[in-house]
Design a protein around this ligand. Structure first.
Ligand code: COA
Ligand code: AMP
Length: 634
């Protein structure tokens, strides 16, 4: 009784909403199950939904073992390309399986089993992939913490996830400096109240860390490790926790399951990204973010692709032609990154001269996500590469695109400023504050009608109530995305920006509320606000405004430097706070509510930069001992 109207996309989208069981059970056939599911959606605990409740599988088996068994053993699984260390290394599926099975043996030897948590604090090295998949192999739950976060943020995550083991590298490498990770891990463990039993340390030659009795050297452990078989888990068991910035309170531990995740990502790789088994994909992000989890690691490996793992920046390693060199050399069919990367390249090489001489004939599509894609960047990238540029909107919470141009299913005409159409599985609505749907062209809250498809978050780690309160209560029956936007007459979705205190700095998601907490804790600060202001390169950057306590008469520049340093020490360099202005008062309503929008409008109005901007915050590191009022992250 199918209504045969519309193209492949429309048919798929309609069916995914009208018959989610049929649609997703069919997609589930692309996954190897230990026990194949007979049902897709389980709504028995709504509004908490589960997928494939009677299915069992192993995620690592689907990423590695089955490909080796199926004849891909000699194919490259990971191509590690690291201009910051001058290293290149290819790991075939057979080699990656061998390393992963042995590292799973190491973790098992440390007592890690099904359901135990393991925190990973690793840069963009193949061992990060090995460690993630080794956890999956054991049915353990990994939680990767991005290397740009400071010790305090790591401690908060350790206390929430309560890992049995932490796996860390001795250092991370930024183009301008080497960041010692081990002291950050030690500081985090000193602050945390939870005590993991062991820390496995991957020693990198660029900076070798001192080990204590609690620490175990990666190479030493691997030398005698026995390979371990896959542990069968329920489709609904957690695969990972990924912390993300929330509006208020500590970071939210997004929980991803095994079965729904495998089905959705496998489906998305071909239908949304248009990449087929055996092809080479390159996602230039970081394994510490959701884009890295999904499209550097899991989706390409579930699909039997070769995934490029790039340790470097789009500019400065060595120049703004780095992306063209990598795409040409590895013959990547897709490149996926954040618009900021392209703005950074455009700034250094506006005429795209460095692209010349690189053979990009294999590159079919450029995907951009993580922040709003401004039409200027969209056009510049399209003109430079002469291939489709596909904006896609999603979040840590969903794990895969909500709105995109489904390139594998059916490409659509694009409209600059819009990530195109809701992906099958997602029922995107725009609501007014009363919960009524608004007509096309009118702005409102972007919400997703429940249930969301497989692969989306199942809850917040250990806190169903917070999940319901934060996401499912504002509009009963809908998931609140936190973004505002609209649809047009053709159903194209436009996402205009967050309606809460989350900002996107260079594609990195940060909470202004958590920066305010740090500023407010300074002994001289009476009140403060942190707002996101428009930035040509990073999309948005945070800016702090503080009012000093009565009787405090200090040099504003000195207080400002202290506050920038505090945020850097507590949250991390990635917060990108470089400017804090000391002001006589904050604009407020009569009832005392701070008028953030007014401040943002004033700030976006192009006021000249005052001297309180710290152009290079790393210089503050050396000034730390001389700055008064400075407290460490205690
Ligand atoms: N480990 C340690 N420090 C890190 C880090 C990491 N993994 N990633 C970033 N940092 C530090 C940077 O060194 C920088 O420190 P600084 O203040 O001392 O200069 C700070 O955090 C801010 O980093 P970032 O916002 O990335 O700015 P940048 O000037 O170093 O680089 C871009 C700007 C645009 C080149 C860079 O942000 C980029 O490549 N973005 C691509 C987007 C992306 O990958 N998004 C992820 C989601 S898809
Ligand atoms: P993250 O959880 O880090 O992926 O950040 C998710 C947030 O980034 C979303 O809620 C949006 O605010 C923003 N975002 C991501 N992709 C896009 C996009 N394509 N267009 C507009 N905003 C985006």
């Amino acid at each position: 009784m199918s209504r045969d109207t519309g193209g492949a996309y429309q048919r798929a989208h309609r069916r995914s909403l009208e018959d989610p069981d049929g649609f997703w059970l069919e997609a589930a056939a692309a996954i190897d199950w230990v026990t194949a599911p007979t049902r897709a959606l389980d709504a028995s605990a709504a509004p908490l939904y589960r997928w494939f409740p009677d299915g069992t599988l192993n995620t690592c088996f689907n990423a590695l073992d089955r490909h080796v068994a199926g004849g891909r053993g000699a194919q490259a699984a990971i191509v590690y390309d690291s201009p910051v260390t001058g290293t290149r290394r290819t790991l075939t599926y057979a080699e990656l399986l061998n390393l992963t099975a042995r590292f799973a043996g190491v973790l098992r030897g440390l007592g890690v089993g099904r359901g135990d948590r393991v925190v990973l604090y690793l840069p963009m090295v193949p061992e990060a992939v090995v460690a993630m998949l080794a956890c999956a192999r054991l049915g353990a739950v990994h939680s990767v913490v991005f290397g740009g976060f400071a010790a305090h943020e790591l401690a908060v995550r350790i206390d929430d996830a309560r890992p049995k083991v932490v796996v860390a590298a001795s250092c991370g490498i930024e183009p301008t400096r080497t960041i010692a990770y081990k002291p950050l891990v030690d500081a985090a463990l000193a602050q945390a109240s939870h005590r993991p039993e062991r820390v496995v340390v991957l020693q990198r030659p660029q900076l070798v860390a001192e080990l204590t009795e609690r620490d175990l050297d990666w190479d030493t452990a691997m030398a005698t490790a026995e390979p371990t078989e896959c542990v069968t888990v329920a489709a609904t068991d957690p695969l990972y926790i990924l912390y993300t910035s929330g509006t208020t309170g500590p970071p939210k531990g997004i929980v991803r399951d095994n079965g729904g995740h495998a089905v959705a990502l496998r489906w998305s790789m071909e239908n949304v990204y248009g990449v087929r088994p055996g092809e080479v994909s390159w996602t230039a992000s970081d394994v510490g973010w959701v884009v890295g989890h999904s499209y550097i690691v899991y989706a390409p490996l579930f699909t039997g692709c070769t995934s490029v793992l790039y340790e470097g920046k789009p500019v400065g390693t060595p120049d703004a032609g780095a992306f063209w060199r990598v795409a040409a050399e590895h013959r990547t069919t897709m490149l996926f990154t954040a618009p900021t990367a392209f703005r950074a390249i455009r700034k250094e090489d506006p005429d795209g001269e460095l692209r010349a001489g690189h053979d990009l004939s294999a590159l079919r599509t450029l995907f951009l996500a993580g922040e709003r894609l401004d039409p200027q960047t969209y056009r510049w990238a399209g003109d430079l590469l002469g291939i489709p540029v596909v904006d896609n909107w999603w979040q840590t919470e969903t794990g895969w695109p909500i709105v995109a141009d489904p390139m594998g299913l059916e490409p659509h005409p694009t409209k600059p400023g819009s990530p195109t159409l809701p992906v099958p599985g997602y029922d995107v609505r725009i609501l007014d504050p009363q919960g009524a749907e608004v007509p096309p062209g009118v702005d409102g809250a972007v919400v997703l009608k429940l249930p969301m498809p497989p692969g989306t978050l199942t809850t917040l780690w250990g806190d169903d109530e917070r999940y319901i309160a934060s996401y499912l209560s504002a509009y009963p029956g809908y998931y609140l995305s936190g973004d505002g936007g609209r649809k047009d007459e053709d159903g194209y979705v436009y996402v205009m920006g967050r309606t809460d205190d989350v900002i996107n700095v260079a594609g990195h998601r940060l909470s202004t509320g958590s920066m305010e907490e740090v500023l407010a804790a300074h002994p001289d600060v009476a009140e403060c606000a942190v707002i996101g202001v428009a930035d040509e390169l990073k999309g948005q950057v945070p800016r702090g405004l503080v009012v000093l306590k009565a009787g405090v008469h200090r040099e504003p520049a000195e207080v400002s430097a202290e506050l920038v340093l505090r945020v850097r020490d507590t949250i991390g360099a990635v917060a990108g706070l470089r400017r804090v202005d000391v002001v006589p008062a904050l604009p407020k309503t009569r009832s005392g509510k701070i008028l953030r929008r007014t401040m943002r409008d004033i700030a976006d109005g192009g006021h000249p930069e005052p001297p309180s901007t710290i152009e290079d915050p790393s210089v503050l590191d050396s000034l730390r001992p001389t700055l008064t009022g400075e407290r460490t992250n205690d």
